[in-house]
Write a protein that binds this ligand. Structure first.
Ligand SMILES: NC(=O)c1ccc[n+]([C@@H]2O[C@H](COP(=O)([O-])OP(=O)(O)OC[C@H]3O[C@@H](n4cnc5c(N)ncnc54)[C@H](OP(=O)(O)O)[C@@H]3O)[C@@H](O)[C@H]2O)c1
Length: 279
């Protein structure tokens, strides 16, 4: 299944996340691609991601015949506050320069001339969007117009901020990446804004943020009917409501199981039940 943002750029239906993999990043990205993942998420943020080791995996994969244009690469711009003291840009430079330097450094790390998606890791402002957010977004719009990224997006964004961005930006985001809590109707408010604007919603921590769902008897009954695992049911549910799920698994078996979830078919009643399971 392929998802499409409003600018008609297609995205694969599952994404492999590379956070917290440390030196295992190279091996795990190679394993994820060998298992069937075609979309990879990273960030130019050394405290959580090893973007250069993702690039090393891409080089190894290329040698094995995996061409760049068969993969979907997404990376992020992270503010100085989120960089743990090691920003990949001059922190005394203006924000436009920081975005350009971070982006160029990402291209170097990933051994590529373009990325498929470039994401603002989080708004600078807690509520609404401030001067910094608009300056960074304008720099990202410029990267989009240059063709060096096929999409731009925002992560860790609240509904009000996303609405403001959609209404006031010159280029609306094509992707949103948020932690997805079942207790918030699986981020229902933000998902609805995405749907209305042709934005692809990417959900992370679908398993780790929703432990209570794992204990729910109804989800066990659905898993039993489908002959599937609970994680598979959650991922398939996410896909059936139009979401692009991320998985950060380090297990080959889980990689295979996660991808196989796409072949499951939840009934519309089951989807509706899971949508409200933690409300
Ligand atoms: N934008 C942001 O601020 C942000 C923040 C967090 C994450 N992310 C992105 O989202 C990605 C995924 O993060 P995440 O928080 O969703 O996942 P995660 O925490 O990296 O991994 C999921 C956890 O669930 C376990 N698990 C058990 N069964 C599983 C199964 N069948 N399939 C998959 N995992 C299973 C995994 O263990 P095993 O390893 O044993 O499978 C792992 O401990 C990150 O790598 C990153 O790319 C983005």
């Amino acid at each position: 299944m392929i998802l499409t943002a409003y600018n008609r750029v297609p995205l694969p239906s599952f994404m492999y996340g590379t956070a917290w993999k440390k030196e295992a990043t190279t091996r795990l990205v190679e394993l994820a691609v060998a298992s069937g993942f075609t979309a990879i998420d990273t960030a130019n943020q050394l405290i959580h991601y090893q973007e250069a080791l993702v690039g090393k995996a891409l080089q190894a994969l290329e040698k094995k015949g995996v061409k760049r244009d068969t993969l979907f690469l997404q990376t992020k711009f992270t503010s100085v506050d989120g960089q743990g003291g090691r920003p990949p840009y001059d922190p005394s430079a203006d924000l436009t320069t920081q975005v350009r330097q971070s982006f160029d450094s990402s291209l170097t790390h990933l051994h590529t001339e373009y990325v498929d998606s470039y994401v603002l890791h989080a708004p600078y402002s807690r509520r609404g969007l401030g001067k910094e957010d608009w300056e960074v977004w304008a720099a990202m719009e410029e990267l989009y117009r240059s063709g060096k990224t096929k999409m731009i997006g925002i992560s860790n964004v609240a509904a009000g901020q996303l609405t403001q961005l959609c209404e006031q930006a010159n280029v609306k985001p094509m992707v949103v990446q948020n932690r997805c809590f079942a207790a918030l109707g699986w981020d229902q408010e933000v998902r609805e804004i995405c749907q209305a604007n042709g934005i692809v919603y990417q959900g992370f921590s679908l398993l780790t943020a929703n432990r209570e769902v794992f204990a729910d008897p109804e989800i066990h009954a659905i898993a039993k009917r489908l002959g599937a695992g609970i994680a598979q049911v959650i991922f398939r549910f996410a896909q059936q409501i139009g979401m692009l799920p991320l998985t950060g698994t380090t297990s080959r078996q889980h990689m295979i199981e996660d991808l196989q979830a796409e072949h499951l078919a939840l009934s519309s009643e089951e989807v509706q039940r899971i949508e409200t399971i933690a409300l």
